[in-house]
Write a protein that binds this ligand. Structure first.
Ligand code: FMN
Length: 400
């Protein structure tokens, strides 16, 4: 009697294996599993498990904002695919019992080369927002770059962090607003200023809109509707005239703005959003202190070019004159290792720590940073390297 039942089950499983249904099913099943088994931050095996929990916790409109890119989100995929171009050359029988992840950036010690990218509006992911991220980062001695569109003020974030915090700047359509924020950050003691330059031309963020459509809550209840943009919770814009202002970047912004920023602040100045050797060379000529290779996590241009793909040409153009940071799709310690091997000074992560934030608040941010650090340390051991300075291209092999 049991046999036909077993056969029909086998038949069903064979049908399922051959069916596109499986592809649709498995991620949903995996997410259910994660949601029921990862009950605390320390249970997460990797940052993707934090993502699953965050997807469950964060309202659809906000999760759409966090996860999406522009147009078809294909540049998000390009960022990830770029890592697959490189394999690792494993080395054996080297004493790797002591692996040191620390680096010095502009003379300041950091416990890890992994840095928090500026991500706006973090109270949309967790009530404590950027302050929770700051507490986690501060305890780990990790550098945090605070978004110009933060929902917790720089002063409060610096108090929560207790160490190195940099301020990112969006000029908005009124460049004077960016100058005021720079002056405020300077006075507050930010370690450096980061000018983001990759949002000219507007962004068509379709996934964000689709997420908002799926949300049954009334967006107007928490976003003040008005001309331009919602600045009601953007703490660095307090005291700035908001009439007619919109966030992001003016389409008429040019390199001359770097000099204007220099007039209001003598802090280190980095430019974020560089994707070509030409612009990297201009940045060096203009005297900026560092660059961040970035396509805004696939949220600016739909270029289909991953940030790791352009890192070698940028390293060649910069010739070691200034530090090169990079972000976009870094999820694993192996990803971080590859960028360092190709010449990056440090690596920033955006969504992964926000998944941690949405999943478990401060503990989740700590988990995201810890997991990537642990993976980086084990990658170093497998390649026979004990210090970040020791990571070079000789540890990589080009894949087809
Ligand atoms: C929800 C969200 C908001 C962001 N807000 C900012 C921002 O305010 N300023 C900025 O320079 N970059 C911003 N970025 C881009 C990040 O700094 C970073 O470049 C990107 O997230 C890196 O890619 P990853 O998310 O794949 O790690 C944002 C990214 C996300 C996902």
């Amino acid at each position: 009697m049991g046999k036909p039942e077993t056969e029909s089950r086998r038949h069903f499983l064979r049908f399922l294996a051959a069916s596109p249904l499986l592809a649709a099913w498995l991620p949903a099943l995996a997410q259910q599993r994660v949601a029921s088994e990862v009950l605390k931050a320390s249970d997460a095996l990797n940052v993707f498990e934090l993502e699953s929990i965050a997807r469950r916790n964060i309202p659809p409109a906000h999760f759409g904002y966090l996860s999406g890119g522009v147009l078809d989100d294909r540049t998000i995929t390009s960022n990830r695919q770029a890592f697959d171009a490189w394999g690792l050359r494993a080395r054996r029988l080297i004493d790797v019992s002591n692996v040191d992840l620390s680096i010095r950036l502009f003379g300041k010690p950091l416990a890890s080369p992994v840095i928090l990218s500026p991500v706006s509006s973090q109270r949309a992911f967790h009530p404590h927002g950027e302050a929770a991220a700051a507490r986690a980062a501060g305890k780990r001695k990790a550098l945090q770059i605070l978004s110009g569109l933060t929902t917790v003020s720089l002063e409060d974030v610096m108090a929560a962090h207790g160490g190195e915090v940099w301020q990112q700047i969006y000029t908005s359509n009124r460049p004077e607003a960016g100058l005021k924020i720079a002056a405020r950050a300077d006075a507050a003691g930010a370690g450096a200023l980061v000018l983001t330059v990759d949002l000219a031309g507007g962004m068509r963020r379709e996934t964000k809109v689709i997420g908002a459509r799926a949300d049954t809550r009334d967006c107007g209840a928490c976003h003040r509707q008005g001309p331009g943009y919602d600045f009601s919770r953007k703490k660095m814009f307090d005291g700035i005239d908001l009439a007619g202002i919109f966030a992001g970047q003016s389409d008429s912004l040019t390199w001359d703005y770097v000099a204007r920023l220099r007039d209001v602040s003598k802090k280190r100045l980095l430019v974020k959003g560089i994707m070509t050797a030409e612009d990297a060379a201009i940045a060096v000529r203009r005297g900026v202190d560092g660059i961040i290779v970035s396509n805004h996590g696939g949220r600016a241009e739909e270029s289909l070019v991953g940030t790791l793909d352009v890192l070698p040409e940028i390293v060649a153009a910069v010739k070691g004159k200034i530090p090169i940071l990079i972000d976009g799709g870094f999820r694993r310690g192996t990803d971080v290792f590859k960028a360092l091997a190709l010449g990056a000074t440090a690596v920033c992560i955006g969504r992964p720590y926000c998944w941690g934030l949405g999943a478990f608040g401060e503990e989740g941010v700590n988990a995201a940073l810890r997991l990537i650090d642990e993976e980086l340390a084990s990658t170093m051991r497998q390649t026979g390297i004990t210090s970040i300075a020791g990571i070079t291209k000789t540890s990589l092999s080009k894949r087809n």
